[in-house]
Design a protein around this ligand. Structure first.
Ligand code: NAD
Length: 360
Protein backbone atom coordinates (compact mmCIF):
# COMPACT_ATOMS: atom_id res chain seq x y z
CA UNK A 1 0.00 0.00 0.00
CA UNK A 2 1.23 3.49 -0.86
CA UNK A 3 1.08 6.08 1.93
CA UNK A 4 0.62 9.82 1.38
CA UNK A 5 2.56 11.78 3.97
CA UNK A 6 3.09 15.50 4.45
CA UNK A 7 6.76 16.47 4.69
CA UNK A 8 7.65 19.78 6.35
CA UNK A 9 11.41 20.43 5.99
CA UNK A 10 11.27 23.33 8.48
CA UNK A 11 13.95 25.91 9.34
CA UNK A 12 17.65 25.91 10.26
CA UNK A 13 18.99 22.35 10.14
CA UNK A 14 15.45 21.05 9.37
CA UNK A 15 15.89 20.61 5.59
CA UNK A 16 19.15 18.65 6.11
CA UNK A 17 17.84 16.25 8.74
CA UNK A 18 14.48 15.71 7.03
CA UNK A 19 16.24 14.99 3.71
CA UNK A 20 18.43 12.40 5.47
CA UNK A 21 15.40 10.83 7.20
CA UNK A 22 13.42 10.73 3.94
CA UNK A 23 16.23 8.91 2.13
CA UNK A 24 16.57 6.36 4.95
CA UNK A 25 12.80 5.77 5.13
CA UNK A 26 12.60 5.28 1.35
CA UNK A 27 15.53 2.82 1.48
CA UNK A 28 13.39 0.45 3.59
CA UNK A 29 11.26 -0.10 0.49
CA UNK A 30 8.08 1.31 1.98
CA UNK A 31 6.00 3.16 -0.63
CA UNK A 32 5.43 6.79 0.28
CA UNK A 33 4.18 9.70 -1.77
CA UNK A 34 5.49 12.80 0.02
CA UNK A 35 3.58 16.06 -0.14
CA UNK A 36 5.93 18.91 0.76
CA UNK A 37 4.55 21.78 2.81
CA UNK A 38 6.08 24.79 4.53
CA UNK A 39 5.85 26.37 7.96
CA UNK A 40 7.95 28.72 10.10
CA UNK A 41 10.50 31.27 8.87
CA UNK A 42 10.62 29.76 5.37
CA UNK A 43 6.83 30.06 5.07
CA UNK A 44 6.87 33.63 6.37
CA UNK A 45 9.38 34.63 3.68
CA UNK A 46 7.48 32.88 0.88
CA UNK A 47 3.85 33.54 1.83
CA UNK A 48 3.84 36.16 4.59
CA UNK A 49 2.27 33.56 6.88
CA UNK A 50 4.07 31.41 9.46
CA UNK A 51 1.56 28.59 9.29
CA UNK A 52 -0.09 28.64 5.83
CA UNK A 53 -3.61 27.21 5.47
CA UNK A 54 -2.37 24.83 2.75
CA UNK A 55 0.04 23.24 5.23
CA UNK A 56 -2.70 22.56 7.76
CA UNK A 57 -4.98 21.30 4.98
CA UNK A 58 -2.27 18.93 3.71
CA UNK A 59 -1.78 17.40 7.18
CA UNK A 60 -5.54 17.15 7.77
CA UNK A 61 -5.94 15.35 4.43
CA UNK A 62 -2.97 12.97 4.76
CA UNK A 63 -3.35 12.46 8.56
CA UNK A 64 0.39 11.89 8.97
CA UNK A 65 3.31 14.33 8.74
CA UNK A 66 7.07 14.23 9.21
CA UNK A 67 8.24 17.64 10.34
CA UNK A 68 11.58 19.37 10.75
CA UNK A 69 12.13 21.94 13.51
CA UNK A 70 10.58 25.35 13.05
CA UNK A 71 11.68 28.84 14.10
CA UNK A 72 9.05 31.28 15.37
CA UNK A 73 10.40 34.82 14.78
CA UNK A 74 9.80 37.09 17.78
CA UNK A 75 6.96 39.59 17.35
CA UNK A 76 5.17 37.81 14.51
CA UNK A 77 1.87 37.36 16.32
CA UNK A 78 2.53 33.72 17.24
CA UNK A 79 3.93 32.62 20.59
CA UNK A 80 5.07 29.44 18.89
CA UNK A 81 4.18 27.96 15.49
CA UNK A 82 4.66 24.51 17.00
CA UNK A 83 2.13 25.14 19.74
CA UNK A 84 -0.28 26.66 17.17
CA UNK A 85 0.10 23.58 14.94
CA UNK A 86 -0.54 21.19 17.84
CA UNK A 87 -3.60 23.20 18.90
CA UNK A 88 -5.00 23.58 15.36
CA UNK A 89 -4.82 19.82 14.77
CA UNK A 90 -5.67 18.90 18.38
CA UNK A 91 -2.51 16.81 18.71
CA UNK A 92 -3.07 16.32 22.42
CA UNK A 93 -0.46 13.65 23.14
CA UNK A 94 3.27 14.26 22.88
CA UNK A 95 5.13 10.94 22.90
CA UNK A 96 8.88 10.95 23.49
CA UNK A 97 10.66 7.61 23.85
CA UNK A 98 14.09 7.70 25.50
CA UNK A 99 16.08 4.61 24.60
CA UNK A 100 19.80 3.84 25.05
CA UNK A 101 21.81 2.98 21.96
CA UNK A 102 25.20 1.30 22.26
CA UNK A 103 27.90 3.68 21.14
CA UNK A 104 26.26 6.85 22.43
CA UNK A 105 28.17 8.44 25.29
CA UNK A 106 26.02 8.50 28.40
CA UNK A 107 26.23 7.94 32.17
CA UNK A 108 23.51 5.30 31.86
CA UNK A 109 22.95 2.07 29.96
CA UNK A 110 19.81 0.15 28.99
CA UNK A 111 17.36 3.00 29.42
CA UNK A 112 14.00 2.38 27.77
CA UNK A 113 11.48 4.97 28.88
CA UNK A 114 8.51 6.63 27.21
CA UNK A 115 7.37 10.11 28.23
CA UNK A 116 3.75 10.94 27.35
CA UNK A 117 3.00 14.62 27.80
CA UNK A 118 -0.36 16.40 27.64
CA UNK A 119 0.00 18.90 24.82
CA UNK A 120 -2.93 21.32 24.96
CA UNK A 121 -3.33 22.98 28.34
CA UNK A 122 -1.59 23.64 31.68
CA UNK A 123 0.70 26.70 31.83
CA UNK A 124 1.23 26.40 28.06
CA UNK A 125 -2.37 27.31 27.21
CA UNK A 126 -1.00 30.78 26.39
CA UNK A 127 -3.35 32.71 28.68
CA UNK A 128 -1.10 35.37 30.14
CA UNK A 129 -1.44 38.83 31.62
CA UNK A 130 1.42 41.29 31.19
CA UNK A 131 2.73 43.29 34.13
CA UNK A 132 1.05 46.68 34.53
CA UNK A 133 -1.63 46.22 31.80
CA UNK A 134 -5.20 47.38 32.74
CA UNK A 135 -6.57 43.83 32.41
CA UNK A 136 -3.81 42.55 34.71
CA UNK A 137 -4.69 45.17 37.33
CA UNK A 138 -8.35 44.15 37.03
CA UNK A 139 -7.51 40.49 37.47
CA UNK A 140 -5.33 41.23 40.51
CA UNK A 141 -8.23 43.18 42.08
CA UNK A 142 -10.72 40.43 41.25
CA UNK A 143 -8.48 37.72 42.74
CA UNK A 144 -8.06 39.78 45.91
CA UNK A 145 -11.86 40.02 46.21
CA UNK A 146 -12.42 36.34 45.56
CA UNK A 147 -9.59 34.85 47.60
CA UNK A 148 -8.30 37.61 49.88
CA UNK A 149 -4.86 36.81 48.48
CA UNK A 150 -2.67 39.76 47.62
CA UNK A 151 -0.76 39.70 44.34
CA UNK A 152 2.05 42.24 43.94
CA UNK A 153 1.03 45.06 41.57
CA UNK A 154 4.13 44.54 39.43
CA UNK A 155 3.34 40.87 38.71
CA UNK A 156 2.92 39.16 35.36
CA UNK A 157 0.41 36.29 35.44
CA UNK A 158 0.24 33.01 33.47
CA UNK A 159 -2.76 30.77 34.03
CA UNK A 160 -2.42 27.07 34.73
CA UNK A 161 -5.43 25.20 33.36
CA UNK A 162 -6.02 21.49 33.87
CA UNK A 163 -9.38 20.03 32.86
CA UNK A 164 -10.86 16.65 33.64
CA UNK A 165 -11.55 16.20 29.92
CA UNK A 166 -7.93 16.67 28.79
CA UNK A 167 -6.56 14.69 31.75
CA UNK A 168 -8.86 11.73 31.08
CA UNK A 169 -8.00 11.82 27.37
CA UNK A 170 -4.21 11.81 27.88
CA UNK A 171 -4.27 9.23 30.66
CA UNK A 172 -6.42 6.86 28.59
CA UNK A 173 -4.07 7.45 25.65
CA UNK A 174 -1.09 6.60 27.89
CA UNK A 175 -2.66 3.36 29.16
CA UNK A 176 -3.58 2.29 25.62
CA UNK A 177 -0.08 3.17 24.36
CA UNK A 178 1.58 1.29 27.22
CA UNK A 179 -0.49 -1.83 26.58
CA UNK A 180 0.07 -1.72 22.79
CA UNK A 181 3.80 -1.24 23.36
CA UNK A 182 3.83 -4.25 25.75
CA UNK A 183 4.94 -2.16 28.72
CA UNK A 184 4.62 -3.16 32.35
CA UNK A 185 4.01 0.04 34.24
CA UNK A 186 2.47 3.49 33.86
CA UNK A 187 3.41 6.25 36.31
CA UNK A 188 1.28 9.41 36.63
CA UNK A 189 3.34 12.48 37.55
CA UNK A 190 1.96 15.47 39.51
CA UNK A 191 2.44 18.04 42.22
CA UNK A 192 -1.03 17.56 43.72
CA UNK A 193 0.20 18.18 47.26
CA UNK A 194 0.60 21.88 46.35
CA UNK A 195 -1.71 22.44 43.36
CA UNK A 196 -4.75 20.66 44.65
CA UNK A 197 -7.29 21.85 42.08
CA UNK A 198 -5.17 21.43 38.93
CA UNK A 199 -2.61 18.67 39.50
CA UNK A 200 -5.06 17.28 42.08
CA UNK A 201 -7.66 16.90 39.32
CA UNK A 202 -5.09 15.29 37.02
CA UNK A 203 -4.18 12.77 39.74
CA UNK A 204 -7.79 12.02 40.74
CA UNK A 205 -8.64 11.42 37.06
CA UNK A 206 -5.56 9.19 36.66
CA UNK A 207 -6.65 7.07 39.65
CA UNK A 208 -10.16 6.73 38.18
CA UNK A 209 -8.92 5.73 34.73
CA UNK A 210 -6.42 3.30 36.30
CA UNK A 211 -9.33 1.29 37.72
CA UNK A 212 -10.41 0.44 34.14
CA UNK A 213 -6.96 -1.06 33.51
CA UNK A 214 -6.52 -3.02 36.74
CA UNK A 215 -4.84 -6.36 36.10
CA UNK A 216 -3.59 -5.23 32.68
CA UNK A 217 -0.79 -2.94 33.71
CA UNK A 218 0.77 -1.64 36.94
CA UNK A 219 -0.24 1.90 37.86
CA UNK A 220 1.89 4.15 40.08
CA UNK A 221 1.94 7.84 40.94
CA UNK A 222 4.83 10.13 41.86
CA UNK A 223 5.42 13.78 42.74
CA UNK A 224 7.38 15.50 39.98
CA UNK A 225 10.35 16.69 42.08
CA UNK A 226 10.81 13.21 43.52
CA UNK A 227 10.62 11.82 39.97
CA UNK A 228 13.43 14.14 38.84
CA UNK A 229 15.65 12.77 41.61
CA UNK A 230 14.61 9.13 41.09
CA UNK A 231 15.20 9.33 37.32
CA UNK A 232 18.78 10.41 37.91
CA UNK A 233 19.32 7.79 40.64
CA UNK A 234 17.51 4.78 39.21
CA UNK A 235 15.95 5.43 35.79
CA UNK A 236 15.33 1.74 35.14
CA UNK A 237 12.64 1.76 37.86
CA UNK A 238 10.40 3.59 35.39
CA UNK A 239 8.68 2.50 32.21
CA UNK A 240 5.98 4.82 30.78
CA UNK A 241 5.38 8.25 32.35
CA UNK A 242 2.28 10.40 31.82
CA UNK A 243 2.51 14.08 32.73
CA UNK A 244 0.77 17.43 32.38
CA UNK A 245 2.27 19.77 29.78
CA UNK A 246 4.98 21.71 31.68
CA UNK A 247 6.39 18.79 33.68
CA UNK A 248 6.30 16.70 30.49
CA UNK A 249 8.39 19.27 28.65
CA UNK A 250 11.04 19.39 31.37
CA UNK A 251 11.14 15.68 32.20
CA UNK A 252 11.37 14.66 28.52
CA UNK A 253 14.53 16.77 28.18
CA UNK A 254 15.89 15.16 31.36
CA UNK A 255 15.20 11.75 29.78
CA UNK A 256 16.92 12.86 26.55
CA UNK A 257 19.93 13.68 28.77
CA UNK A 258 19.85 10.17 30.26
CA UNK A 259 20.32 8.61 26.82
CA UNK A 260 23.04 10.95 25.64
CA UNK A 261 21.33 14.07 24.37
CA UNK A 262 19.11 15.67 21.77
CA UNK A 263 20.89 14.11 18.79
CA UNK A 264 19.04 10.81 19.30
CA UNK A 265 15.73 11.92 20.89
CA UNK A 266 12.69 11.40 18.65
CA UNK A 267 9.11 12.50 19.20
CA UNK A 268 5.53 12.40 18.00
CA UNK A 269 2.49 14.63 18.49
CA UNK A 270 -0.63 12.52 18.21
CA UNK A 271 -4.36 13.24 18.17
CA UNK A 272 -7.39 11.03 17.61
CA UNK A 273 -6.82 10.93 13.84
CA UNK A 274 -3.68 12.90 13.00
CA UNK A 275 -0.04 12.45 13.96
CA UNK A 276 2.99 14.69 13.36
CA UNK A 277 6.44 13.18 13.91
CA UNK A 278 9.43 15.37 14.77
CA UNK A 279 12.75 15.30 16.61
CA UNK A 280 12.88 16.78 20.11
CA UNK A 281 15.70 19.14 19.08
CA UNK A 282 15.20 22.53 17.52
CA UNK A 283 16.46 24.27 14.39
CA UNK A 284 20.05 24.82 15.70
CA UNK A 285 20.44 27.85 13.35
CA UNK A 286 24.21 28.12 13.82
CA UNK A 287 24.61 24.75 12.06
CA UNK A 288 22.24 25.57 9.20
CA UNK A 289 23.53 24.29 5.85
CA UNK A 290 26.73 22.89 7.39
CA UNK A 291 25.87 19.18 6.84
CA UNK A 292 27.31 18.53 10.33
CA UNK A 293 24.41 17.71 12.65
CA UNK A 294 23.18 14.31 13.71
CA UNK A 295 20.22 13.05 11.64
CA UNK A 296 19.42 10.23 14.12
CA UNK A 297 16.65 11.99 16.08
CA UNK A 298 14.83 12.75 12.84
CA UNK A 299 15.41 9.22 11.50
CA UNK A 300 14.10 7.73 14.77
CA UNK A 301 11.06 10.01 14.47
CA UNK A 302 10.66 8.37 11.06
CA UNK A 303 10.84 4.96 12.77
CA UNK A 304 7.99 6.01 15.08
CA UNK A 305 6.08 7.19 12.01
CA UNK A 306 6.59 3.86 10.23
CA UNK A 307 5.20 2.04 13.29
CA UNK A 308 2.22 4.42 13.37
CA UNK A 309 1.35 3.63 9.74
CA UNK A 310 1.75 -0.07 10.57
CA UNK A 311 4.95 -0.58 8.58
CA UNK A 312 6.63 -2.39 11.48
CA UNK A 313 9.00 -4.41 9.32
CA UNK A 314 10.34 -1.27 7.67
CA UNK A 315 10.60 0.38 11.10
CA UNK A 316 12.62 -2.56 12.49
CA UNK A 317 14.93 -2.57 9.46
CA UNK A 318 15.63 1.15 9.79
CA UNK A 319 16.10 1.12 13.57
CA UNK A 320 18.47 -1.87 13.36
CA UNK A 321 20.54 -0.22 10.63
CA UNK A 322 20.81 2.97 12.70
CA UNK A 323 21.76 0.96 15.81
CA UNK A 324 24.58 -0.75 13.92
CA UNK A 325 26.01 2.49 12.54
CA UNK A 326 25.95 4.14 15.98
CA UNK A 327 27.45 1.06 17.68
CA UNK A 328 30.30 0.88 15.13
CA UNK A 329 30.97 4.58 15.79
CA UNK A 330 32.79 5.12 12.47
CA UNK A 331 30.34 6.83 10.11
CA UNK A 332 28.77 9.07 12.73
CA UNK A 333 28.50 12.82 13.20
CA UNK A 334 30.80 14.81 15.51
CA UNK A 335 28.43 14.70 18.51
CA UNK A 336 28.63 10.88 18.61
CA UNK A 337 32.43 10.83 18.64
CA UNK A 338 34.37 10.68 21.93
CA UNK A 339 36.13 13.86 20.91
CA UNK A 340 33.81 16.41 19.26
CA UNK A 341 36.76 17.62 17.15
CA UNK A 342 37.54 14.14 15.83
CA UNK A 343 38.35 14.70 12.12
CA UNK A 344 36.92 11.27 11.22
CA UNK A 345 33.37 12.47 12.00
CA UNK A 346 31.15 12.33 8.93
CA UNK A 347 28.44 14.73 7.72
CA UNK A 348 24.66 14.44 8.09
CA UNK A 349 24.11 12.97 4.62
CA UNK A 350 27.13 10.62 4.89
CA UNK A 351 25.75 9.18 8.12
CA UNK A 352 22.41 8.66 6.37
CA UNK A 353 24.29 6.92 3.52
CA UNK A 354 26.02 4.57 6.01
CA UNK A 355 22.62 3.69 7.51
CA UNK A 356 21.15 3.03 4.06
CA UNK A 357 23.94 0.57 3.22
CA UNK A 358 23.03 -1.41 6.36
CA UNK A 359 19.29 -1.64 5.64
CA UNK A 360 18.45 -5.24 4.83
P1 NAD B 1 18.21 23.50 19.44
O1 NAD B 1 17.76 22.14 19.79
O2 NAD B 1 17.88 23.99 18.10
O3 NAD B 1 19.79 23.61 19.60
C1 NAD B 1 20.50 23.54 20.82
C2 NAD B 1 21.85 22.89 20.57
O4 NAD B 1 21.67 21.48 20.54
C3 NAD B 1 22.49 23.23 19.23
O5 NAD B 1 23.23 24.40 19.26
C4 NAD B 1 23.35 22.00 18.99
O6 NAD B 1 24.57 22.14 19.70
C5 NAD B 1 22.54 20.89 19.62
N1 NAD B 1 21.77 20.16 18.62
C6 NAD B 1 20.46 20.30 18.30
N2 NAD B 1 20.11 19.42 17.36
C7 NAD B 1 21.22 18.70 17.06
C8 NAD B 1 21.49 17.63 16.15
N3 NAD B 1 20.56 17.13 15.34
N4 NAD B 1 22.76 17.16 16.09
C9 NAD B 1 23.72 17.64 16.89
N5 NAD B 1 23.52 18.64 17.78
C10 NAD B 1 22.28 19.16 17.86
O7 NAD B 1 17.60 24.50 20.57
P2 NAD B 1 17.55 26.07 20.62
O8 NAD B 1 18.88 26.65 20.27
O9 NAD B 1 16.95 26.38 21.94
O10 NAD B 1 16.48 26.50 19.52
C11 NAD B 1 16.82 26.98 18.22
C12 NAD B 1 15.53 27.30 17.46
O11 NAD B 1 14.76 26.12 17.27
C13 NAD B 1 14.62 28.29 18.20
O12 NAD B 1 14.09 29.18 17.25
C14 NAD B 1 13.54 27.40 18.77
O13 NAD B 1 12.31 28.07 18.94
C15 NAD B 1 13.42 26.33 17.71
N6 NAD B 1 12.88 25.05 18.24
C16 NAD B 1 12.00 24.39 17.46
C17 NAD B 1 11.50 23.17 17.89
C18 NAD B 1 10.51 22.48 17.00
O14 NAD B 1 10.25 22.91 15.90
N7 NAD B 1 9.93 21.37 17.45
C19 NAD B 1 11.92 22.62 19.10
C20 NAD B 1 12.86 23.30 19.88
C21 NAD B 1 13.34 24.53 19.43
Amino acid sequence: MKHRITLIPGDGIGPEVTAAARRCIEATGVKIEWEEAIAGEVALEKTGNLLPKQTLESIKKNKVALKGPIITPIGEGFRSVNVALRQALDLYACVRPAKSYNGVKSFYKDIDLVVIRENTEDLYAGIEFERGKPETKRLIKEIKMLTEKRIRADSGISLKLISEFASRRIIKFAFEYAIRDKRKKLTAVHKANIMKFTDGLFLKTAREVAKEYEGKIIFEEIIVDNLAMQLVKAPRNFDVLVLPNLYGDIISDLCAGLIGGLGIAPGANIGDEIAVFEAVHGAAPKYKGSNRVNPSAMILSGVLMLRFIKEDRAADKLENALKQVIAEGKSVTYDLKDDRNDPSAVGTQEMAEAIITKIK
